[in-house]
Design a protein around this ligand. Structure first.
Ligand code: GLA
Length: 424
């Protein structure tokens, strides 16, 4: 082929067109910060215990308690103020403003206080015209509000879905995601759309976590009918999550809503709820009054071995392997070849389990992994009692009380040959 000016012009034009198309594509899709929430976010949120009853003084006490109770050391870093922090109206420039009675020094002062304790700051608003408690919503103010959050030092935004009639969910959350990215501040984007428009199918490039159901309540098997909507119980949410495991992974998590631990459920249900959320690779956002936390609640929320299952870096949501006689077996592959296995007793009576490891070959087609205890022997550690329960060569026999769990970690045999090779 002979190159002449006409050919060269053509090539330059083609290159320019290619460049414009690819750069516009990357602008259109340049949305969330992909370096965030590589493990499920952990933190605390004001809504479940306090609703509208929040103010500067109690929020600061809660921040202090997040540190003094050991919650921060256990990994809970996002301190999130939910609905009802706002004044009833925007200011004359259309900016959001804090309720002057509840937060007389404004939200940046709160953000500074949170940061001074080594925590990260989260706030709340809504994609609709008003929040669920009828404070100014974000619709039409996305870029302006994103700048406001960045100016307050926000690291996490929970974005709700009330008063959103006629709004396209994907479009609305996408706009806010772009507005947050435009601030250049790393902000975890928590989509709280209650699963109405199946965010798991479209929100991976947009947000870091998405609610899958309406609000959780302090119930084991059945939520509460509120007239136009119903809350969800622990088991109802669990069943919903089971269908969605393929959508979760590092940077994009199914969110089965915040923890009810320490809010009055019996201890076995608290323990089961926390364990199941950990198995689900769910965000662990506590909602109890940290100033009045019992030893029992602290022990549950800060169990580092169960948290390690939740925070495992390969980020795989557990698979429901078996359901038999009200007992479920959930299995979660972990980094380095270990597995977490959780036996859940949904019933009202104690159940005796007898799990034959070698007879149960668990095939996880989603990630192409297999738990085969016929070819590999694992040692078994109970993550609540910390006891070693022998190895997978023997049938595991245990009593699981009503509404409770047994969670074990199967510790893979050391790969001696690999270690030796590395030494040489
Ligand atoms: C919705 C959300 C809750 C909470 C309230 C606040 O119901 O799902 O988590 O944020 O709004 O009004």
């Amino acid at each position: 082929m002979r190159y002449n000016w006409t050919n060269l012009n053509f090539l330059i034009k083609a290159f320019l067109i290619f460049f414009l198309i690819t750069s516009s594509i990357s602008v259109t899709f340049a949305q969330k910060d992909r370096s965030l929430a590589l493990t499920p976010p952990m933190g605390w949120n004001s809504w479940n215990s306090f609703g509208p009853r929040i103010n500067e003084e109690m929020i600061k006490q809660m921040v202090d308690s997040m540190v003094s109770t050991g919650m921060k050391d256990a990994g809970y870093v996002y301190f999130v103020i939910d609905d009802c922090w706002l004044a009833r109206d925007r200011d004359s420039q259309g900016n959001l403003q804090a309720d002057p009675t509840k937060f007389p020094h404004g939200m940046k002062a709160i953000g500074d206080y949170v940061h001074s304790k080594g925590l990260k700051f989260g706030m709340y608003n809504c994609a609709g015209t008003m929040t669920c408690a009828d404070f100014p919503g974000t619709r039409g103010h996305e870029y302006q509000d994103a700048l406001y959050y960045a100016s307050c030092g926000v690291d996490y935004l929970k974005f709700d879905w009330c008063n959103s009639d006629g709004i396209n969910a994907k479009e609305a959350y996408s706009t806010m995601s772009k507005a947050l990215t435009a601030t250049k501040r790393p902000i975890v984007f928590s989509i709280c759309e209650w699963g109405e428009n199946k965010p798991w199918e479209w929100a991976e490039p947009i947000g870091h976590l998405w609610r899958t159901t309406t609000d959780i309540s302090k119930n084991w098997s059945k939520g509460i009918n509120k007239g136009t909507w119903s809350t969800q119980s622990i088991l109802e949410i669990l069943d919903k999550e089971a269908e969605l495991r393929k959508y979760a992974g590092p940077g994009h998590w199914n969110d089965p809503d915040m923890l009810e631990v320490g809010k009055g459920l019996p201890v076995n249900e608290d323990r089961a709820h926390f364990t199941l959320w950990s198995m689900l690779a769910a965000p662990l956002i506590a909602g109890n009054d940290l100033r009045k936390m019992s030893r029992q609640t602290t022990n549950i929320l800060t169990n580092k071995d169960v948290i390690a299952v939740n925070q495992d870096s390969i980020g795989i949501q557990a698979l429901r392997y078996e359901r038999k006689d009200s007992v479920e077996t959930w299995v979660k592959p972990l980094k380095g070849g270990d597995w977490a296995v959780c036996f859940l007793n949904r019933s009202l009576v104690t159940k005796t389990i007898a799990f034959d490891w070698t007879a149960n070959i668990v095939k996880d087609d989603l990630i192409n992994k297999e738990l085969n205890c016929g070819t590999k022997t694992y040692s078994i550690v109970d993550l609540w009692t910390k006891k070693v329960l022998g190895s997978t060569q023997k049938v595991l026999k245990a009593n699981v009380p009503s509404h409770d769990v047994l969670i074990v970690r199967l510790v893979a045999p050391q790969q001696k040959s690999i270690k030796k090779q590395k030494k040489n």
